[in-house]
Design a protein around this ligand. Structure first.
Ligand code: TRP
Ligand code: SF4
Length: 400
């Protein structure tokens, strides 16, 4: 139950490009083999800023899912779903909104930043202010431990941790907690109960975090505990109340800043992208027309790779020997720019070939992606429902 779940979401911006691949998707593909992962399309989040053009939402959503699959995100390993198809997220968002201080939301740095950046739209809405809280609901509803995100999203994960702490503080202290926890410890048998008590004391009195992790491992391995008891004991071990929801951690994707065709970061808004479904001829054309070191006017002028965006691409795609070849060839005018660009074109096309092929399978038969998502939504719903049962109970809403 407290397995190390990983969760991340992406707003549906349509077809993805190499920046998404190197910055995010490659990382997802790695994580899905190591942890139980959930990846979802944050379509409600898209509406917080693009509520005036809902018409593009669905197409963008399916295009993005196809690109995830093309990039190697594997529905056999990870759960893929669409946020709005698991409405439990909205219920948790609503319940969390009861306890989320307005000041916390107003202080999240992206709030003012985005309002200024997207000044062409009216973002003084309730939904936009609640953007980070909706994200908290996304994360907390699956009790995700790790949230792989870029640097810009770290404040949202920090905010989520604070909301989780506040929730557990307000609702984790059920009446008779200590007695219930003690009774639960007894169920573990004399020897293990003693060990758990010792570990707890070591952690609480001497701050030994090692003792805490050993205690947690002991609980995880204990088969005969009910869900409620297990949660009590996880909380009790740390000297607190019942842990209904889990504090997540941001898993910072190492700043794989994929350079675009002009040397700036690759981004749709700069128009400097290569899409994951770009045709080979188009890749070649885009790279061939890339700007190079402006000092290299004639073929015989030596250049400086540091002033050339093509060099940035070699840093991504070339090994030491080829980088050496570029450096020497460029600075001595030994190679021409087109010659220098060819290995980059080949490397990008080699990288994209299997993705294009996989994408084609999903484009030929749209029901494939729909079925994958339907299956993922169902699995996600089941996990979300478990948390919601307890959240409702904790907030006095279990009417059964
Ligand atoms: N806000 C994230 C972004 O813009 C998308 C997102 C929504 C998300 N919910 C999430 C990311 C939950 C991680 C976890 O990139
Ligand atoms: Fe850029 Fe290569 Fe031309 Fe040098 S040789 S300017 S690195 S493209």
């Amino acid at each position: 139950m407290f397995e190390t779940r990983v969760l991340s979401g992406m707003r549906p911006t349509g077809g993805l490009h190499l920046g998404h691949y190197h910055g995010v998707l490659k990382n997802w593909v790695r994580l899905q083999a190591e942890y139980p992962c959930l990846f979802f399309v944050a379509d409600w989040h898209a509406l917080t800023t693009d509520y005036e053009k809902p018409g593009e939402l669905q197409k963008n959503c399916w295009d993005m899912v196809v690109d995830w699959l093309a990039a190697g995100v594997d529905p056999g390993q990870a759960i893929l779903f669409i946020q709005s198809q698991v409405p439990e997220h909205a219920e948790l968002h609503l319940l969390l909104s009861m306890i989320a201080p307005l000041g916390w939301l107003e202080r999240v740095p992206t709030y003012k930043d985005q309002q200024e950046k997207l000044s062409d739209r009216d973002l003084s809405t309730y939904g936009f202010l609640g953007y980070p809280l909706l994200q908290s609901a996304d994360i907390l509803i699956y009790r995700a431990k790790f949230v792989p995100v870029g640097e810009d999203q770290v404040p949202h994960v920090e905010f989520t941790r604070e909301v989780a702490r506040r929730f557990n503080h307000l609702y984790g202290r059920e009446p008779g907690f200590e007695e219930k926890a003690k009774a639960a410890v007894k169920k573990m048998g004399t020897k293990k109960a003693r060990l758990l008590n010792e570990l707890r004391t070591k952690f609480l009195e001497q701050g030994e975090t090692d003792a805490l992790s050993r205690g947690q491992a002991l609980l995880t391995a204990q088969q005969n505990l009910s869900r409620g008891d297990r949660e009590r004991l996880y909380g009790w071990l740390e000297g607190g109340g019942k842990k209904i929801i889990v504090e997540p951690e941001a898993l910072l994707t190492e700043a794989a800043r994929m350079p675009g065709l002009d040397g700036q970061k690759m981004s749709k808004s700069y128009g400097n992208t290569i899409s994951l479904r770009e045709e080979p001829e188009s890749v070649a054309k885009k790279v061939r027309t890339m700007p190079t070191d402006p000092a290299r006017v004639k073929r015989t002028d030596p250049g400086n790779p540091e002033k050339c965006p093509v060099w940035d691409l070699h840093k991504v795609y070339s090994d030491a020997a080829r980088k050496d070849w570029v450096w020497k060839g460029c600075t001595t005018a030994g190679i021409g720019c087109l010659e220098c660009k060819q290995p980059v074109i080949d490397a990008i096309n080699d990288e994209l070939a299997p993705m294009r092929a996989r994408a084609q399978t999903y484009l030929d038969d749209p029901t494939l992606a729909r079925n994958i998502i339907a299956d993922g939504c169902e699995k996600a719903k089941r996990l979300a429902a478990e948390t919601m049962r307890e959240v409702r109970e904790a907030m006095g809403l279990d009417y059964s």
